[in-house]
Design a protein around this ligand. Sequence first.
Ligand SMILES: CC(=O)SCCNC(=O)CCNC(=O)[C@H](O)C(C)(C)COP(=O)(O)OP(=O)(O)OC[C@H]1O[C@@H](n2cnc3c(N)ncnc32)[C@H](O)[C@@H]1OP(=O)(O)O
Ligand SMILES: N[C@@H](CCO)C(=O)O
Length: 364
Amino acid sequence: MQAEFHHFHSSFSFDLEMGGVLPSVQLAYETMGKLNAQKDNVVWICHAFTGSHEVSDWWQGLVGSGKLFNPENHFIVCCNILGSHYGSTGPLSTNPLTGQPYYHTFPNVTIRDVVNSFELLRKDLGIDRIKTCIGGSLGGQQALEWSIIQPDLIENLILIATNAVHSPWGIAFNESQRMSIEVDPTWKESQPKAGIEGMKAARATALISYRNYETYQITQARQENTTGESLRAISYQRYQGEKLAGRFNAYSYYILSKMMDSQDVGRNRGGVIKALKSVKSKTLVIGIKSDALFPIVEQEYLAKHIPGASFQVIDSLYGHDGFLIESGLMTKAIRLWQKLLRLEVNPMADFFKELEIRHISYAS
Ligand SMILES: CC(=O)SCCNC(=O)CCNC(=O)[C@H](O)C(C)(C)COP(=O)(O)OP(=O)(O)OC[C@H]1O[C@@H](n2cnc3c(N)ncnc32)[C@H](O)[C@@H]1OP(=O)(O)O
Ligand SMILES: N[C@@H](CCO)C(=O)O
């Protein structure tokens, strides 16, 4: 079944959490399958940092005919997030008030703003209930936030390699990447490629956090009797920067890294634990053992405080990026959870008693 691409447009001004305003909003989104008569087959997939709404492309292992999310049974929706590069309102869009691209004037957008923009699209599509909402990393931050903003909307929530509050470690990585962009002399300019060399360096730094020591040992092993520029890890870092520069812009990179930093589900809600306790969705949390950026202690924390949540760990050579790559393991984990839900079994209670000490130290 073919993916369909659409644009939603709202000509109303859209207020942002940090005080900015977008005079109008456009959202690019992909759908697969059809909304059924009962309107109970919606799967909403939230994409990550440099991803796009083209989930049929970047998550082929999970989405498609015969896959876990099958358009023959499900109505699958994935929406490009505000501030991104792929067709939703972002820094390269024209500001209708000035007739010029936003560039540096694009306002800060938080995870909550993204969820509020999804709400516009959801209502336009006539969706009253989401059967399953799933996301990894920045996408998981959106899915979690949505389940808190609208506690009766999402029946099943799947959070992968994500967190409730973005950590000082994660913020430090993001700030270091923004610093790389800022020192690019073209960053001050107002043109689509401003800061692009800085963004290449930022991506190379980010890659280190998306993978880990072991990944590089195996995929970029030193060859015997080589040194200098021919060391594999050197050309790999440079190639990855070039590759992203071919499909993204530095303004979006900057804005979306700040969006990731904004994640704190407890903000103005009486704290993180209170916010997590308000989640009513049946929840599966998946952590990746080798994730250096969103370490599994963050997913343990989610699963401990979201009522009735299940928790599964998968092993991957790819660290954090495993959520984009390990389709087989994620499918297995989700199918097992679906089976346990049918049997009404939650094997988590004893597990969390054992982890109590670690959670206390993480929360304090
Ligand atoms: C239009 C769009 O693509 S947007 C939607 C898709 N993108 C997203 O959703 C964003 C998230 N995706 C990603 O971050 C990545 O694509 C991932 C994590 C899924 C996979 O990462 P990849 O970069 O493909 O994997 P990996 O780290 O194995 O690198 C492979 C690439 O590096 C190259 N490479 C590997 N080692 C080296 C080296 N030593 N020197 C130079 N190049 C190298 C490979 O030739 C390969 O190049 P190619 O991508 O042009 O084929
Ligand atoms: N590789 C991912 C990592 C962020 O989760 C991306 O570029 O979106």
